[in-house]
Structure formats: structure tokens, C-alpha cells
Design a protein around this ligand. Sequence first.
Ligand SMILES: [Mn+2]
Length: 196
Amino acid sequence: MSRVGRVERTTKETSVLVEIDLDGTGKVDVSTGVGFYDHMLDQLGRHGLFDLTVKTEGDLHIDSHHTIEDSALALGAAFRQALGDKRGIVRFANVSVPLDESLAQVTVDLSGRPYLVHTEPENMAPMIGSYDTTMTRHILESFVAQAQIALHVHVPYGRNAHHIVECQFKALARALRYASEIDPRQGEIPSTKGAL
Ligand SMILES: [Mn+2]
């Protein structure tokens, strides 16, 4: 049973291709034109042990907003597709990841219902290269809406903007990996409702 997702999404603003294999080894091929975002998607694949391709050509002459958002939407849709009927998955995960002075705590339920709770330190540096740091929440919102998961991401403390964002992606990667893994004792869809 291969658990793969593939989404192509083209609008007047962006053209996105995402491919994901949940049972991969962390092979990543990412290019969005936004350097720091590529670095974050690289974390997601590597620490999630997903094989992940993200190719985005967006209207960067305006700014990076559409490029970042549409990539996250396609990624969420591909992740949802790869999960299939969710038979045998662990479903829940809770992961904390530090990056030097910053800490991210991520809790996920691959529930079939989109819900995001997100807190991070205020007064962060506004930009990391061409990455607008207010986009982190928008990425998570976009991913959650399409992946149809409940996701809680908290950064109780942190100082450096690069660290604050990066620890969130690392913790998200690990949480998605553990929640989507196949539990050898779980042959069914892990819900008393019988569907997720
Ligand atoms: Mn880094």
C-alpha cells in the first residue's frame, strides 16, 4: 500500500506541484523562490521522513504571499490525499522541539476536521530574508484547511526569529510523522465513529 499524494494547482498567481510519500526517507526537492521557506519545507520533509517535492512558480514580483500560501494549500491537499482512509494510523501526536533558546510544542489529531490554535512570541523580527514572519500562521492555517487536521502549535518562548519559525516546522514534521505512522496493533480506522 503506497501512501502518496500528488497535487497540481495553477491560478493566475501561482503554479504549484506537490508530491509527498508518507513512507519515504526524507528525500526533499523543494524550490519556491523564497529561500527561507525552502529551508522550512526542507525541515518538514527531512524530519517527517517524507519524500517531498514542492515546485512553485509564483508572482514574486508582487511579494511572496501567494507563493507561500498556495504552496501550503497544495501541501495540505497532498498530505490529505496520501493519508487515504487513515486505516491503521496512530492518529495523535505531541512533540516538543527546541532550537537553542526557542521551543515549539506541536499537538496534532489527524481528525478529518480543520482547526488551528497557534501562539508564538510577539514582536518578532518582521522579515527573514524575503520571508514575512506573519506568514507562519497563514501557512499553518492553509495547510490545516486542506489537510483537515486539528493542529495546535505553541512557542512559549524564543528570541531569534529564524529559530522561532524553524523549531515550529521541525516539531510539525515530527508530529505529522508520528501521527501518520502505521501502528502495527491498529488494523482499523482509529475512530469509534469508524471514519476519519
Ligand atoms: Mn535554519
